[in-house]
Design a protein around this ligand. Sequence first.
Ligand code: ADP
Length: 467
Amino acid sequence: MKKLSIRLKITLWFTAALLAISFSTYFLIRYLEHQSIQKNIQDNLIETVEHNVDEVEFYTNIDNIDLYNETDHFSAYRNGYLEIDDDFLDQVNEVYTALYNASGTLLYGENPISRKTSDLAFTDSKIQRIKTGGVLYYVFDRKLTARGLEGLWLRGVVSEQQGIEHILHVTSLSLQILPLLVLISIIGGYLLTKRMLRPIQEISESAAKIGTGDDLKQRIELAPGNDELHQLADSFNHMFERLEQAFEKERQFTSDASHELRTPVSVITAQCEFSLEKTRSSEEYEAALKTILRQAKKMSRLISDMLDFIRLEMRADSYVREDINLTELVESVCFDMALIREKDILLNCQAQEGICFYGNRQLLSRLLTNLIGNAYRYGKEKGDITVNLKSRENSIELSVSDNGIGIPREEQGKIFQRFYQADNSHSGEGTGLGLSMVYEITRFHGGKITVESEPAKGSTFTVSFEI
Ligand code: ADP
């Protein structure tokens, strides 16, 4: 069963269910029909015999008899005559009615199983069953009570055979029609599933093409529709889109990273070649070594930032979120960062008391460290940095302001891109990854980041988290 195609499995199941339904319907119809036919036969028997009760009369005097009706049957009985009206139904619809005297002698009418019923005692107004020659007969007796008829019996007999013949007819008709219907349903079902499952075929072909080829731009294209398979195709296309974006991001990152690493490596190589080319003065060696050290440190920062960034971007789920006291965290980072005291810059911390937030402690510390680090790096001598944390109605706002060199308006939209460094960043210390890391951390916490800056006046970075 495992190796069968879905189409075949559905068709087989469908066929089995259809056969089961057909058979049970057929047997149910047969049973109900049998019941109703047998009841009909019995009702018909009773009705015929009851009808015949009024068709038997007794006359003591022949003159009282209506002689105009010559088709009636007459016979001498006791001290008078019996008149059997010509409406007497002695054989109609396979129902036979016969007139008997009290000792069981047939006086008029027919009984196809008279020999068999001779031993059957007369029972008034009750259906009796008797089987002969493998056929079941219903017998209905009626005692006549009209004047002069006392002691006479009417006995009606009918076989259930006519009903069985009818059922056999229904059976043979069903046996012809049902298989035909089942066959039509199976073929219809098979064609329908084939048609319905065609999109799956297309989905798997497209997915295989995307899987084996290099073309991540390819998408599954189905004829217009809005069923479950179209939803599946949409989900796949959405997934391919995300995959394409992820691959593109990775490709871009690799190319940017190698580009960024190439510069310090070339500088180090050039400095080494310069020093080894010929004997240099000790000042020249010192200068070369200083450059090499600076570039090596830059490389080391780059590699460490890149690893952090990759971890955040590719394995964000490895960072667990918990309830943290953001006020304490901000104060503690500010305390540490205030010790830098670079360029005689003063760091002020204004954190509203008791602000809690559901986030990752390590990442939020990193976010604040990066923003304060930039404020130092791009701040002016003896300047100020202000860190502000406050809670608003539906959000928490964390901002870092400086009165440093500021960022030109046209560059403000680009500074969150990876490896982007604006023209103002002449320090050479940065890696261009700090703000993109801040951006990713904000996004990880479902927040937003904005920047307000004016060249030569300063910058304010504001991160807001919804609560
Ligand atoms: P970097 O490592 O170069 O600082 P970032 O991603 O942290 O990289 O910042 C990107 C660029 O944005 C920086 O190169 C700098 O030009 C600009 N920038 C960031 N913060 C500030 C700031 N506080 N003042 C002025 N310019 C800034």
